[in-house]
Design a protein around this ligand. Structure first.
Ligand SMILES: *Cc1c(COP(=O)(O)O)cnc(C)c1O
Length: 387
């Protein structure tokens, strides 16, 4: 039996030099939709790519090892990954989700609830009483996002997972914002981890994909079977690109979070900024929990501009290095305005209740020079204040 490898080694080298045909060092991409039988009634390891594919399986194996799970199912988007986890629910079952969850998740849960496929309660999971009241309703599934999007709220995954377990619920953590390089929810008691691999795992903003990792082999089996039934499994070329991006995950994330921490400090000192939301700041309410359950504070942050939405408009007109765009986790730095972009699918009331104001901007910090990024923020903030 080979010894278990450290996560850095898994990311850089899982599957390297295992090609049996030509001893290729980089694992080949297998695009074939179909596989020849060994003979009459004798299927080989693979028969059809919707059900199984060597390139996609290597990505799944790598993700399962990185998240310390029993296995993973690779699907066509982060939303498909979340929906796959929801597939086990029956009418009447209750899902407890954060009130400030990813807007696409909020939309999916709300739409399936409207079709009476299950019940949903959105709660502020940082509010102990509200959470206890939701747990008392006997949920089947509890969804956690920590840090949350876009306000970077942190919840205690170990604590919520323990409460969910006593309530008889399974726990799924959306680990997209940190990646397994910085947080491993299954080690904190979760049953499932979901990823939009579109973000840090691929890291190069050229694939939309998702994955579910499960702690329990029976859950992996059930998820893989349902993904084959519905045909939501990911494309082999996407899996190849994602695996290629994943090779540099640790180096990227470490460098990006270092720059993000410095930019958070810069923003906090700037007079045109009203508030900064970054778990690495000692003033952040989730700072201590983040230290306890994360290996770093990540490269996502958000901040509020003092001069309101008009200041935001002037900021966006002045920046040159940050690109105004949705998504996150790539090598390039992006800025998004949640109220009009990423969170526009939430109703205005829900957005307000979640604390997402018109003056809030979210940054995904990339690999550019810190000096260039800081100068860009200074340029934008100066413009924001000049109205
Ligand atoms: C982007 C994202 C998703 C959805 O992923 P897609 O790949 O866009 O479908 C889900 N959760 C979080 C936290 C995300 O950032």
């Amino acid at each position: 039996m080979p010894q278990p490898k450290s996560p850095q080694t898994v990311a850089a080298a899982n599957g390297i030099a295992t090609d049996s045909a030509f001893k290729a060092v980089a694992p080949p991409v297998h695009l074939s939709s179909s596989y020849a039988f060994d003979g009459f009634g004798r299927a080989g390891r693979y028969d059809y790519t919707r059900s199984g594919n060597p390139t996609r399986d290597l990505l799944a194996d790598t993700l399962a090892k990185l998240e310390a799970g029993a296995g993973a199912v690779v699907v066509s988007s982060g939303m498909a990954a979340i929906d796959l986890v929801l597939s086990s629910l029956e009418p009447g079952d209750l899902v407890v989700a954060p009130h400030d969850c990813y807007a696409g998740t909020w939309r999916l849960l709300s739409a399936r609830r409207a079709k009476r496929q299950f019940e949903v309660r959105f709660v502020d999971q940082t509010d102990g009483e509200a959470l206890a009241a939701a747990m008392a309703c006997g949920p089947r599934l509890v969804l956690i996002e920590s840090p949350s999007n876009p306000l970077m709220r942190i919840v205690d995954i170990r604590e919520i997972a323990a409460q969910a377990r006593s309530a008889g619920a399974k726990v799924v953590v959306d680990n997209t914002f940190l990646s397994p390089a910085l947080q491993q929810p299954l080690r904190l008691g979760a049953d499932f981890v979901v990823h939009s691999t579109t973000k840090y795992l691929n890291g190069h903003s050229d694939v939309v994909g998702g994955a579910v990792v499960a702690a329990n082999p029976a859950d992996v089996e059930a998820l893989a079977s349902w993904a084959n039934v519905t045909g939501v499994t990911g494309a082999p070329f996407d899996a190849y690109l994602t695996l290629r991006g994943l090779r540099t995950l640790f180096a990227r994330v470490e460098r990006q979070q270092q720059t993000a921490a410095e930019l958070a400090g810069f923003l906090q000192r700037h007079p045109a900024v009203k508030a900064v939301h970054y778990p690495g700041l000692r003033t952040h309410p989730g700072h201590e929990i983040a230290i306890a359950q994360q290996r770093g504070f990540g490269a996502m942050l958000s901040f509020e501009i003092s001069s309101g939405v008009e200041g935001v408009r002037r900021f966006c007109g002045a920046i040159e290095v940050f690109t105004l765009a949705e998504s996150l986790g790539g090598v390039e730095s992006l800025v998004a305005h949640p109220a009009t972009m990423t969170h526009v699918s939430m109703s205005a009331d829900v957005r307000r209740a979640a604390g997402i104001g018109e003056n809030l901007l979210r940054l995904s910090v990339g690999l550019e020079s810190k000096a260039d990024l800081e100068a860009d923020l200074a340029r934008g903030l100066e413009a924001s204040a000049s109205g």
